[in-house]
Ligand binder design. Structure first.
Ligand code: ZN
Length: 497
């Protein structure tokens, strides 16, 4: 048996090496590659993807996985075989022609979306979205699912999650957050956010960002920070984790919180079980769990009062003129302004999840054929009015604002809100385990929280599913209560509600 398992691990290590090369190529494409390099890069990525698919679905490898599945493996061996089996059966069920058609459609559809958004004209994008939806549904039926067909979409980003379990959590959010948003709007209170929009030299922004990264415990000998138009984190291995951020001279908050967000992702990648490098075990669990790590640092720490108790004077030292005389309370209020807007990516902590909720509901309605693609703009605007009390002026501000659907990413949006829910539940547990946690944060001590996350979440790698992890770490199933409590506890006092 052990000889077969070793052969299995060696085959997987080769697949992981191909993955590594692909990840590095895509990091380079988003950061340093000259614009004209696109065509050649697309070709080499395509070739590597083909080689990877061939190896994963090679009859010998399939037989080997089948054999190992028949054995009563336990512990880490069982996890590795389970994860490869998952990837392999998915790859085997989808014919190559369908994959090729899907990729081509996605790239054409993306172009159509760019043009449609420019003209704010959903009608020209609608046929493409319909086509993508049709192809993705074919994939869903080939791969198989239980319950709603939407589960097949979800499973790609949040393995083992089910729409039937998420829907009630999201409905609970809607019930509690819509009145909170209305209540905040009704106060008419608007913090002075002008202090964040002065002129902030980029070098100083970067220097401060790097200081916070170091305080959070990000290891710069096992990672980098670069600039990208759309910030992201690419973990090549726990020893090579690449973060990106972007700076605007007149928007202090953008890079500040963007960098903390990506560092949260980066700490997860650096904290994955090193000894299991190059195996499925050394991978993150899901997009939702990944997002929980970034949101916890960005919002629950980075937008907390205790954090700025320590770090505001330091930030002021970098920007002595711009931030002269800024009081802690006004800074804290400014970085936590709640304002309803049409645009998801500009949304604050409270309204953000209503944007996601709307997308989740529309995706379910599309996939389960309750809403026709042509009717999306109308339904979108109606629900924006209902949830956020605002109605987009045109499709560019509404249904066409996100890139996701144009790339066929259906089932992706819910992971953002799941990330917030996981984060709040983990954070509540961390505070229970370490009663002095926020006092430490107020002294600029971030290492204890990082250690807690390392031990309780990162080091487990992919041994558990997201649902199991929440249960194991917090002693209960995922609940929306922690996040709602967190939001109410923070924003009611801020807006004197
Ligand atoms: Zn993120």
């Amino acid at each position: 048996m052990s000889e077969n398992y070793e052969r299995f691990m060696q085959k997987f290590a080769e697949l992981a090496d191909i993955d590594h090369a692909q990840a590095l190529l895509s990091w380079d494409q988003e950061t340093y590659m000259p614009a004209k390099g696109t065509a050649m890069r697309a070709r080499s990525q395509g070739t590597l993807a083909g080689i990877s698919h061939e190896r994963l679905t090679h009859p010998d490898f399939v037989a080997l996985v089948e054999y190992l599945k028949g054995l009563d493996l336990t512990g880490d061996q069982a996890v590795n075989v389970r994860e490869i089996d998952r990837a392999q059966s998915r790859a085997l069920k989808i014919p190559k022609d369908l994959i090729v058609e899907l990729r081509q459609t996605e790239s054409l559809s993306h172009e159509a979306w760019v043009a449609a958004r420019k003209k704010a004209d959903f009608a020209t994008f609608a046929p493409w979205l319909k086509k993508i939806l049709g192809l993705q549904k074919q994939v869903a039926h080939l791969v198989g699912f239980e319950g709603s067909v939407y589960n097949a979409f979800l499973d790609e980003y949040e393995p083992h999650a089910r729409a039937e379990e998420i829907a009630p959590l999201f409905a609970q959010l809607r019930q509690r957050l819509v009145p909170l948003v209305e209540g905040i709007a009704a106060t008419g209170k608007r913090p002075a956010t002008g202090i964040l929009d002065g002129e902030f030299p980029l070098e100083a922004q970067e220097a401060f960002g790097r200081q916070i990264m170091a305080a959070m415990g990000f290891d710069l000998e096992a990672g980098r920070l670069d600039i990208a138009v759309h910030p992201f984190c690419q973990g090549l291995s726990p020893d090579d984790v690449r973060l990106t951020t972007r700076y605007s001279v007149d928007k202090l908050a953008e890079a500040l919180f963007g960098t903390m967000h990506e560092t949260g992702h980066g700490l997860y990648e650096q904290g994955l079980p090193q000894a299991e490098g190059g195996t499925p075990l050394c991978q993150s669990i899901s997009l939702g769990i990944h997002e929980s790590q970034s949101r916890l640092w960005e919002n629950m720490i980075g937008r907390s009062r205790p954090f700025w108790q320590h770090y505001l004077p330091q930030l002021q030292a970098y920007f002595p003129e711009q931030l002269a005389g800024v009081e802690l309370d006004s800074f804290y209020a400014a970085i936590n302004q709640v304002e309803t807007s049409f645009i998801r990516v500009e949304a604050d902590e409270v309204t953000y999840n209503l944007h996601i909720l709307l997308r989740f509901e529309l995706e379910m309605d599309m996939v389960e054929e309750r809403v026709q693609v042509e009717d999306l703009p109308a339904v979108w605007n109606e629900r924006m009015e209902e949830y956020l009390g605002v109605c987009p002026a045109d499709d560019a501000q509404g249904v066409l604002q996100d890139v996701h659907w144009s790339f066929g990413l259906l089932g992706y949006f819910p992971t953002y809100t799941l990330g917030n829910l996981y984060a709040a539940q983990f954070f509540a547990r961390a505070q229970e385990d370490m009663p002095g946690l926020m006092e430490q944060v107020a002294e600029g001590e971030l290492a204890p929280l990082k250690r807690w996350l390392n031990e309780n979440i990162h080091a487990r790698g992919r041994r558990s599913t997201a649902g199991e992890l929440v249960q194991e770490v917090t002693g209960e199933a995922l609940s929306a209560e922690y996040f709602i409590d967190y939001l109410e506890g923070k924003f009611k006092p801020l807006y004197s509600l």
